[in-house]
Design a protein around this ligand. Sequence first.
Ligand SMILES: *Cc1c(COP(=O)(O)O)cnc(C)c1O
Length: 389
Amino acid sequence: MRRATRLTHLGRPAYTEGRRPVNQPVVRASTVEYDCVDTMRRARARRDEGHRAFTYGLRGTPTTFALEDVITDLEGGFATKLFPSGLAAISSLLLTFLRPGEHVLVVDTVYEPTRRLLDQYLAERGIEHTFYSPRDNDLGRLVRDNTRLIYTETPGSVTMELQDLSRVVAVAREHGGIRVACDNTWSSGYCFRPLEHGADLSIIAGTKYLGGHSDLMLGSVTATEATYGAIHDATTTLGLSVSSDDCALALRGARTLHIRYPAHQKSAVRVARWLETRSEVQAVHYPALESSPDHALWQAQFEGAAGLFTVEFVTGSEDRVERFVDALRLFAIGSSWGGFESLVLPCDVRAARCVDDWSARGALVRFHIGLEDPEDLIEDLDAALSSVA
Ligand SMILES: *Cc1c(COP(=O)(O)O)cnc(C)c1O
């Protein structure tokens, strides 16, 4: 079956007595009650053998299991665990696969809170890291004896550089004993699947396109058979549980992912192309544009693009850029993205980036293109640019 069909039919409830509701019921549970001790023993034994069994709310419910199955299918993995947020998925993964005294290579374009986690919380606990440039084609020289993980994003946050994940995986394989994890939120499993390129673990912030309506927090880690056990155990050991209500919302979102995602892309390409022609704009960082240095790699490895890109304005226009953002009427100012509504966010990577130098670059403004008519969005952008000219 093709993806659109699978997204429609996966994760649905089983028939009982020949009938079923269309959607997975929202199973709200802490305690699961057993009719006798033997039933409980058998359920727990199955669970302890690694099978999925509904034994306690923390360990998942039929609703959360259904969402895991849909994400596993999108990501092309062995199995998926859910987390209360994208960042909780990231922190749990890093805590699971890194011990004190071990080292992780991290792409310099990493999501800002992931950088904070590494620079502060994990560094204080003896977990070392080195940032590398997404343009670095010689990663092997940064690998140390204690390197256990390479942590990537493609494209990177804000500046949107892609990386050839197959090459990153090749470096890990060459050295042995190094896992590769990829934050796949931009693609949300729709247009890129890290595990197909040899990565061991893929993360999605379901908060974004999977939910798709800016009304929930959710994260996932999809793993290979070899890495799944550890990430599965981490959720129960660390006590991370996700509400079935949120999973039901994310399941609802997932049913239309294949309709929404390309619609975001289509409008985003239209708006990005228009922005590119403006004299106020230095560059639009978006791999779907022919002008992107990553366009060829994007064409080779991706089947689509998110509605998320970043505009770099000409240098020296910082004051005007802030007034331009304030003058927009259809773009709300806000972080996160992936909902039906357009968003705008001034970004500053100058202090954070420690490998590639962004200090002399123009002001950056990130856009998420929602499901509005793109011609209205362009008129809004045009009016705001004119008002600060
Ligand atoms: C938003 C985001 C996250 C974190 O997701 P939350 O659910 O907000 O914690 C992680 N990675 C990337 C690339 C993101 O954009």
